[in-house]
Design a protein around this ligand. Structure first.
Ligand code: SF4
Ligand code: SF4
Length: 435
């Protein structure tokens, strides 16, 4: 694609990166075929190619965003399905991030939008604030109908209980039964996940400890920063990125870290991008690059480093039918697809890919809270595809998808790591107690 940035504009590192991305695009439109919003809405501007043109126009002409641009960019899920399809390797992820930052700087949203986006930005990345709001939400659920539509949908999506943690909060979870651990890793505890599904981190820690891995969870690190990053709030996001990088890098230098484990693929995608975000920052670029290199999704880490000790238990002969939902951030963001499926197959159960599995379930961070109508349509399609498999339960590697899909079906859904933990000596997940 031809571009017309001036020399002055290209002195800006973000313009310069975006220009390189734009030049790779040959406007073939293959990406539209696998874009969930293009398929649902049928508008060129709701597909990747159309959005690329909108972003190009804003950046090249140094134009403030307007209502039309914001509408179509906001409808993008950042699912990155288009990146998997694109034959020219266009990095749509970096381009849309730049576009969103530009919108945040140049466009004044209506008051109600600003309120909701600021609310999400100030509450969701903070586990304590999120827990308090969650409990308040339970109180107002019965009178939900008095609230405006958007708030009503948000209240509906909030889970109705917050399971108690069963592991004590510690910085170091030592490896079991060994004098010297086989590895030392840091676990990203996450923000929303540790409040609504603490069992995911607990299964991860138990599983790693049982296989000789020492796990550290620095108490200062909760959120990876992606929530604000995708809201276009780059200053807030960078503050979180920087804090995380400095704490983990210090741990890496002083005590050694073999990996940083993410068990939420949305967060893992962002951690793996820290190096790019700070590519021009002389103080942070080396550290950020190292943190990105150390980051592994839990499935990736287990597959590459751990000889899993699957044990025979009374469940071993049951041969459950399991649907594997491949989160977009896992398959498109991190290009990990077969690894979790092969790990679950080792439990002896039957694992099935969800038909049309490359299409998003509509969760996409805060998307299901901000674009409820599109998110609901995508969820409906996802559930209909899951039903074609007739599974006894569903697994996936991302808390956002777990929450979204649980909202559309009674079929139990759990994290892949809970299944692996269970078949290597951990407890049976409570959600499956009836099976
Ligand atoms: S598939 Fe790639 S090259 Fe073709 S229009 Fe889409 S982004 Fe551009
Ligand atoms: S990220 Fe997803 S929703 Fe956005 S343009 Fe690409 S395929 Fe479409």
């Amino acid at each position: 694609m031809e571009t017309h940035f001036s020399k002055e504009q290209l002195k800006d590192k973000d313009n310069s990166s975006s220009e390189k991305i734009l030049r790779k695009c040959v406007h073939c439109g293959f990406c539209n075929a696998t874009c969930p919003t293009y398929n649902l809405l049928g508008d060129e501007l709701d597909g990747p190619r159309g959005r690329i043109y909108l972003i190009k126009d804003m950046l090249e002409n140094n134009k403030p965003a307007n209502d039309k641009i914001v509408k179509h960019i906001d409808r993008c899920l950042s699912c990155y399905s288009c990146m998997t399809t694109c034959p020219s390797n266009v990095n749509y992820m970096h381009l849309i991030d730049h576009g969103r930052n530009h919108i945040e700087k140049t466009y004044t949203r209506p008051l109600s939008d600003r309120f909701i986006r600021n609310f999400l930005s100030q509450v969701m990345p903070h586990p304590l604030r999120f827990r308090i709001i969650g409990i308040l939400t339970l109180l107002v659920k019965p009178i939900n109908f008095i609230f405006p539509k958007k708030l009503r949908e948000m209240i509906k999506l909030m889970p109705i209980n917050f399971p108690k943690k069963t592991l004590p909060k510690m910085k170091v979870y030592p490896a079991e039964k060994r004098k010297k651990p086989v590895a030392r890793v840091a676990l990203l505890a996450g923000c929303v996940q540790q409040v609504i599904s603490p069992q995911i981190n607990e299964a991860t820690i138990r599983l790693l400890n049982r296989h000789g891995v020492e796990v550290i969870v620095p108490k200062e690190i909760d959120c990876c920063g992606s929530l604000n990053h995708h809201l276009g709030k780059s200053d807030l996001a960078k503050k979180t990125f920087k804090k995380n990088i400095l704490i983990w890098y210090d741990e890496y230098l002083n005590n050694g870290l073999d990996a940083i484990i993410s068990n939420t693929s949305g967060c893992g995608t962002t951690l793996k991008d820290y190096g790019f975000v700070f590519r021009s920052d002389d103080d942070l670029k080396k550290k950020a690059k190292k943190i990105s290199e150390l980051t592994k999704d839990i499935s990736e880490y287990l597959d590459d480093n751990i000889k899993l000790n699957f044990i025979k238990n009374k469940e071993s002969n049951k041969g459950y039918r399991i649907a594997y939902h491949s989160a977009c951030s896992m398959q498109h963001g991190q290009k990990i697809h077969d690894v979790p499926i092969n790990l679950i197959k080792k439990t002896g159960n039957k694992v099935f890919d969800v038909p049309e599995g490359h299409i998003c379930c509509g969760s996409a961070g805060t998307y299901n809270l901000l674009q409820t109508d599109i998110a609901k349509k995508l969820l409906k399609n996802k559930i209909s595809n899951i039903n074609k498999i007739n599974p006894q339960f569903i697994t996936t590697g991302n808390i956002g998808c777990i929450t979204q899909i649980a909202n559309g079906t009674k079929i139990p859904i759990l994290h892949t790591v809970e299944v692996i933990d269970w078949y290597t000596g951990g407890p049976k997940p409570k959600i499956l107690k009836h099976l």
